[in-house]
Design a protein. Structure first.
Length: 293
């Protein structure tokens, strides 16, 4: 992402009003691919956005998010409790993602056996069920911290193209350090999944409410159980390399229902993270030798 796009976000600012009608739509944050944003509307309104119908709570709070490839203009319809409909057009900041092309690789097929495929499908179904939850607890409102210390080794949205074949984009943030490095809840929430999975290894979901959740993958130890409520900063797991991982790291994914989001956007950083940046004492230490902007 270019620096000037970050300035655009700042201009959108906190609490900007997108409508001059009687009931304004209040959007609390930047509208950018991979980000989530709380909305304030008339209490108990219904919101239609990206083929999803949401209900604002009795305080008028709702939350929406933008996918990696969200279009520049998206429509949002608010239906007030009295039936009046309001149409809004949201402008979404478009990002540039890291694309790596690697050619000339020997072709090699790894085909999992039937039992493994069955486990992968069952894992996927369990995760999909947890991603459908819409807990009416606004845990996300009390702020976020970095969940672990370590080096950034993978960023959101990046894509490898191997011998001309596009792999699925990387939909989270990788933070690498030693096995056993503590991992803390970035924000309060409810544990909606704590399970050993084939590909993602030991996996924990922390639901932050209103469809927003963190997923932690490749964990060594899971220190929480499904149904438990955790506080921001609580130790929940340790870093490992379980599942399909080449070394110990935390894959921190965030999602709004099944829409994958970029955790780094929470922290309103001056530039995108790159390999070589570090998380130390809940701060980013930017690797200035590699900075591109
Ligand atoms: Zn990852």
């Amino acid at each position: 992402m270019k620096l000037n796009q970050f300035k655009t976000w700042a201009a959108l600012g906190m609490g900007c009003l997108l409508s001059s009608s009687v009931w304004a739509l209040e959007v609390n944050g930047p509208l950018v691919q991979g980000a989530w944003v709380p909305l304030k509307v008339e209490p108990n309104s219904t919101i239609e956005f990206e083929n999803r119908r949401l209900t604002a709570d009795p305080q008028g709070l709702a939350l929406i998010a933008f996918s990696r490839d969200a279009k520049p203009k998206l429509n949002l319809t608010v239906t007030l409790p009295n039936g009046t409909k309001q149409q809004h057009e949201l402008s979404v900041v478009q990002r540039d993602y890291l694309i790596q092309r690697i050619d000339g690789l020997p072709s090699r097929h790894v085909t999992p056996d039937e039992a493994t495929l069955k486990k992968i499908r069952a894992d996927g179904e369990k995760a999909a069920q947890a991603r459908k939850l819409d807990l009416r607890m606004p845990y996300f409102q009390n702020g976020f911290d970095w969940p672990a210390e370590g080096w950034i080794t993978g960023v959101y949205g990046s894509q490898r193209i191997l011998n001309g074949h596009a792999r699925a984009p990387h939909m989270g943030l990788d933070i690498a350090s030693k096995t056993g490095t503590p991992i803390y809840a970035p924000a309060s929430g409810q544990i909606t999944l704590a399970e050993s999975m084939e590909l993602s290894g030991n996996t924990v979901f922390i639901d932050h409410g209103y469809g927003l959740r963190s997923s932690f993958m490749h964990l060594e130890d899971m220190l929480v159980k499904e149904g438990e409520v955790v506080e921001r900063g609580q130790l929940v797991a340790t870093m490992g390399a379980t599942g399909r991982a080449t070394g110990p790291h935390l894959h921190w994914g965030m999602s709004w229902f099944n829409v994958r989001l970029d955790p780094a956007l929470i922290f309103e950083l001056p530039r995108d993270l790159i390999r070589g940046d570090k998380i130390v004492s809940n701060q980013v230490v930017f690797d200035e030798t590699q900075a591109r902007n």
